[in-house]
Ligand binder design. Structure first.
Ligand code: SDX
Length: 429
């Protein structure tokens, strides 16, 4: 007999079904709450509210577990290519050789973007933030592929739109970087593979050969996998709610990029490096900055620390921290900011304030240090996060559509003025 939840409101008892997920997570299904009781729930930031049922990613925040379609992030990061993980997230299974070859070939045949898009970049100021450019460019893709705007899309159309987006986002990201550097565009080289092609578009020049460094390529492949999906985070929820109105995939992902930009979300990786550099310039007094982070009257937060779900440790942070040591050693890079980050983590995790609140380093705490070592500028860090997160956004959007979920439209508790009559301008005080 399945469990139910009983609540008593104004002396009347109501029962609601309890649903249990495959990892034994339990939820009270309140989809009929308002119709049967007239009440709604209120949950700022949706900290206790599930928006959907999903089979893509499982998180266990207390035990630091992250799995994609049942595979642990540790195994995927060590053994898979980024496009293999993208395929797994989007289609639900690891691809066999033929499926992966088809997927890679299809993606690699869509890496070019319309030449007109160069004019958009020319219109941006030279110091335009690449996240602002990327969000605009991804949304504008829907104007070049009007068939993608058809809400009753065929499976073939949806697949082509998905492959186009995975192919073109790195091309547009690299063009944003070249715009800011004042360098000429480097066109895609599809023989280099997904990560190698991106590195060449970023750091190559039209007039010179570019050798992909296998150490950098492998590190970037791992970093992209570690960012690939994270269930119903802020940006994935944004993609879902925009897509729930049957807006096209490009517009939905453009909104997700905008949400990711925020320093409390994906923008934290840029904010972490800026924070560490401020601490370094200020003399490296850890205790002073930890005290500021704990001071309720100080708006300073320890960027890269804390998480809505992980109240133990973010498994991705562990993997990235280890990779940072390996990559910097292989590249012969000695970055004092890495030493500072390790010291800050050590001091913070001895402090009761952080331990009591379950505040540990998250995915953004160490990722910027590797990006720096790979030669990627700070303002491009969140763009790297977006490239990694794209397959997750697509998988969430596709699942929402395939499940026929309704348009997202939360309710509210109104706390404004009660009814009053209009007052003519001459009679107002
Ligand atoms: C990402 O959701 C995801 O999955 C996101 C992500 C993904 O892959 O998509 O994992 C990626 O966004 C990681 C998070 C990156 N953001 C940062 O590193 C910014 C710094 N972190 C914080 O702003 C904060 O920890 C959040 C936003 C991440 C989580 O905030 P919550 O869950 O809303 O927690 P909260 O703000 O209610 O904080 C609980 C307590 C508060 O203190 P008290 O009111 O209990 O006294 O912890 C304190 C907060 O003041 N706190 C911090 C802190 N984070 C929380 N205090 C100092 N420094 C911090 N970083």
């Amino acid at each position: 007999m399945s469990e139910t939840a009983r609540i008593i409101l104004e002396g009347k008892e109501y029962e609601f079904p309890v649903i249990v997920g495959t990892e034994n997570e339990k939820a009270i299904d309140i989809s009929k709450l308002r119709a049967s009781t007239g009440y709604i729930t209120l949950d700022f930031g949706y900290k206790n509210t599930g928006s959907t049922k999903s089979a893509i990613t499982y998180l266990d925040g207390e035990n630091g577990v992250l799995r994609h379609r049942g595979y642990s992030i540790e195994e995927l990061a060590d053994n898979a290519s980024f496009l293999e993980v993208a395929y797994l997230l989007i289609y639900g299974e690891l691809p066999n050789k033929e499926q992966l070859e088809y997927f890679e070939t299809s993606v690699c045949h869509h890496t070019l973007v319309h030449e007109n898009m160069k004019r958009f970049f020319q219109a941006f100021p030279p110091n335009a933030h690449p996240m602002g450019m990327l969000s605009s460019m991804i949304s504008s893709l829907s104007t070049f592929y009007p068939e993608s705007q058809n809400p009753n899309r065929s499976v073939v159309d949806i697949e082509r739109t998905i492959h186009r987006l995975i192919a073109k986002l790195p091309t547009l990201a690299a063009q944003a970087y070249k715009h800011n550097m004042g360098h000429p565009t480097v066109y895609p080289s599809n023989d280099l593979g997904y990560v190698g092609n991106f590195l060449k578009m970023m750091f190559g020049l039209p007039t010179a050969n570019y050798e992909v460094d296998p150490v950098i390529e492998s590190a970037l492949n791992k970093l992209l996998i570690l960012h690939a999906d994270h269930e119903q985070n802020c940006s994935a929820s944004t993609v879902r709610i925009v897509g729930s109105s049957q807006a096209n995939l490009y517009s939905s992902v453009s909104a997700g990029i905008a949400a990711l930009w925020g320093p409390l979300h994906g923008g934290a990786n840029q904010a972490v490096i800026e924070m560490l550099e401020s601490i370094k310039e200020d003399g490296g007094d850890m205790e002073k900055w930890i005290a500021k982070a704990k001071d309720k009257n100080d708006s300073f937060r320890l960027m890269g620390f804390g998480h809505r779900v992980y109240k133990n440790f973010d498994p991705r942070a562990r993997i990235i921290k280890k990779a940072a040591d390996e990559v910097l050693a292989k590249l012969g890079v000695n970055d004092p900011v890495l030493d500072l980050a390790k010291r800050l983590e050590e001091v913070a995790l001895k402090d009761e304030y952080f331990v009591q609140r379950g505040l540990y380093p998250n995915v953004d705490f160490y990722s910027g240090i590797i990006y720096r070592a790979l030669g990627i500028p700070t303002e491009m860090f969140t763009v790297m996060f977006a490239i990694g997160r794209l397959p997750g956004w697509i998988a969430q959007w596709k699942e929402m559509l395939e499940n026929g979920e309704p348009i997202g439209r939360p309710r509210q508790v109104y706390t404004g003025a009660t009814e009053r009559s209009f007052v003519n301008i001459n009679d107002r005080s």
